[in-house]
Design a protein around this ligand. Sequence first.
Ligand code: TLP
Length: 359
Amino acid sequence: MKLIDLRSDTVTKPTPAMRRAMMEAEVGDDVYGEDPTVNRLQDVAAEIFEKEAALFVPTGSMGNQIAVKLHTKPGAEVVIEERGHIYNYEMAAMSAISGALARPVKSADGSGILQWGDIKAAIHANDAPYYVAPTKLIALENSHNLAGGAVMTRERTEELCAQAHRLNIPVHLDGARIFNAAVALDEPIAALARPADSVMFCFSKGLGAPVGSMLLGTKDFINEARAWRKLLGGGMRQAGVLAAAALVALEESPARLIEDHTNARRLAEGLAEIQGIEVDLERVVTNIVIFDVAETNLDANDICAGLRERGVLASAFDQRRIRMVTHYDVLQKEIDDALAELRSVLEEQRPKTVNSAFH
Ligand code: TLP
């Protein structure tokens, strides 16, 4: 039985075209800067993002944490939305590697997409008293994973970055799924990336490549980032085999992300019809669907365990929230199948109400 794996878009297997490209990749030692395929990938990415330079890194987490390291110093604060990946899912790397402290902030409208007002109140700029930690970085995320794949418009990105720059505070953009955001907003990638000082994006998420992410910024920033990548153990040798798959992903995948978004929409609409499930349909604009099962009186972990027995994989974030992510290994029919299996699981697990009149 083929599993319907909706845990993440990281689970995709390389396409036949990626496998071919990996097999035929021209390679060299990338620690010496001599891997032609890695170099080409970095050049192509820098061009798409309209940044001076790019660095291929093994993971999105490493890309984000190198950026935090370069923008901050020990004792500094990083302002980030409270559900941001850098803060929630990268262990305490910000403090372990950079000695920095996260200053999580809420988005006033609950969307996860920050407004300047949300950020401003949390900033310690130059005029702050000497005994508070200075804000050295603002970290944004587009699309915003834990906020259900919500997207930040070009206008909002430009505004937040302009305001931050007025205070001499740099902005790092965690764009793990920026291609999904660009498709949802119908904007060029560069328009969403341009205002930020540094950007990280992943080949191994919606784009479907097996491994790899990219960190982008100025030439000086990337030169320093290369040293930090090595220090963190991320100097890869014949990494061209990975870069070759990433190049195919860049060429082939953006055009088909819209299918994943349509499937996520179909999934969310199906979920909204199930009694006890709450999903904010307005927020489902990319490939992520987060829904609340509290009203079913069941535990999200038990629901996921039930789904697993029926061949559907989903992630429980806590006792009430489940995440499902669409990607190219999930067909529209499988979305319908997953919904049917979920209905069965709920039916099976729902506490049977006992009518005392019969006792
Ligand atoms: N996200 C993973 C999990 O860690 C939750 C996923 O399945 O979605 N930024 C964002 C916005 C991400 O969603 C992720 C991965 C990363 C960074 C880190 O990328 P990797 O896993 O390559 O270190």
